[in-house]
Design a binder for this molecule. Structure first.
Ligand SMILES: *Cc1c(COP(=O)(O)O)cnc(C)c1O
Length: 377
């Protein structure tokens, strides 16, 4: 059996090696390392795929979030509502811009923003909502957009983990995650579902004025070279990364299928187990399984993590410390949060190897090892 990895980027590369190598060499030969043609080509291809009018390429997914927030013209101390149960980037940029993160609860079954909690968290100082499509499933965007409209608030979708995910509205309309909010952001970090071979990210919007602003902010606040209208930053996607992403975008649906096949295997193997809850998929979203995350009850989760490691099976705790308990926020004096579901999940989740290259022998070995530990402990 091939060694099991959390993410197997090398095997995935080998399947596209010829094409990717040629594309990279093409960039080297053109020497248009910044803003070469592949960057625009990729933005156009991605905008067609996502079904969004504007795609603004940038340096990474964290920058994408930062630029999105900068485009909203917020004032220091303005409140931005976001889940606590997410990767830190989502809230880090809020704090970096001297805005105030307001953490809300997630739903126990989907791990995404609890819309009732969102409603309760809105105050006159709330100026933006940032839902996260955690692990590859969309948050309840229809309800979130409804609440946002009632309060006239912009929504930034953090779509770093759910590129390609389909959201279904109650009238049957289907849209890609990331194209529903006022702005969507994503990351092409190598291990993401559409991964570059280095850092890269993108911002989505259907709003022409916002698109112009986002573009300007990502490029030193200039609309015309050396004329700087607003304080911006320097956040570009390398041409080499765009050339690679152009090729990999064509494989994305195939990658999503492969992830779903692995998830189906896990789901069947763990179905009905009294101590294991497999990922729930909401009626309004499909799942692109950036992560395959179980919730364990009555199991020594960290013991299992250790046991799997001894059997050469990587597993991860995403995320061991929720945002509202991170030391980085101690100095700014966060209020006392009572996020019982978030804390409960933090102690019970475990993510198993999930990628496009998992074969049946590996899945069989992962499942049997995990079940064996739970039976004997
Ligand atoms: C990966 C990730 C980001 C940040 O993306 P980078 O490209 O690593 O900066 C932001 N939010 C979420 C939810 C992520 O998973």
């Amino acid at each position: 059996m091939k060694a099991i990895q959390m993410v197997d980027l090398k095997t995935q590369y080998q399947a596209l090696k010829q094409e990717i190598d040629a594309a990279v060499i093409g960039v080297l030969e053109s020497s248009a390392f910044i803003n070469g043609k592949p960057v625009q080509d990729f933005a156009e291809a991605l905008s067609a795929y996502i079904g969004v009018k504007h795609v603004i390429p940038c340096a990474n997914g964290t920058d994408a979030l930062q630029i999105a927030l900068m485009a909203l013209d917020l004032q220091p101390g303005d409140e931005v509502i976001t889940p606590s149960f997410t990767f830190i980037a989502t809230t880090e940029v809020v704090a970096l811009l001297h805005l105030k993160p307001v953490f809300v609860e997630v739903q126990k079954d989907t791990f995404c923003m609890d819309t009732e909690a969102l409603r309760k968290a809105i105050t006159p100082r709330t100026k933006a909502i940032v839902p996260v499509h955690l692990y590859g499933q969309a948050a309840n965007m229809e309800e979130i957009m409804k609440i946002a409209a009632e309060h006239n608030l912009p929504v930034i979708e953090d779509n770093a983990q759910a590129i390609g995910c389909d959201y279904r509205f109650s009238d049957g309309t289907v849209k890609k995650a990331g194209s529903i909010g006022h702005i969507g952001t994503t990351s092409f970090f190598p291990s993401k579902n559409l991964g570059a071979y280095g850092d890269a990210g993108a911002i989505f919007t259907n709003d022409d004025a916002l698109a112009a602003r986002l573009k300007m902010i990502a490029n030193h606040g200039q609309s015309k070279r050396y004329y700087h209208d607003v304080v911006g930053c320097n956040s570009r996607m390398d041409t080499i990364q765009a050339a690679i992403l152009n090729i990999k975008l064509r494989e994305l649906d195939n990658y999503i299928q492969k992830r779903n096949r692995a998830a189906d295997y896990y789901n069947k193997a763990f179905a009905g187990h009294p101590k294991i809850t497999t990922p729930a998929v909401a009626a309004y979203s499909n799942h692109v399984y950036h992560q395959y995350t179980l919730v364990l009850e009555g199991v020594n989760r960290d013991g299992l993590n250790q046991y799997l490691a001894e059997k050469q099976i990587p597993s991860m705790i995403y995320y061991p410390v929720p945002g509202h308990k991170q030391k980085m926020f101690e100095a700014s004096g966060l209020p006392q949060y009572d996020l019982a579901v978030t804390d409960w999940l933090t102690e019970r989740v475990i993510s198993l190897p999930m990628h496009t290259e998992l074969d049946e022998a590996q899945l069989e070995y992962i499942v049997s090892s995990l079940l064996e530990y739970i039976k004997n402990n």
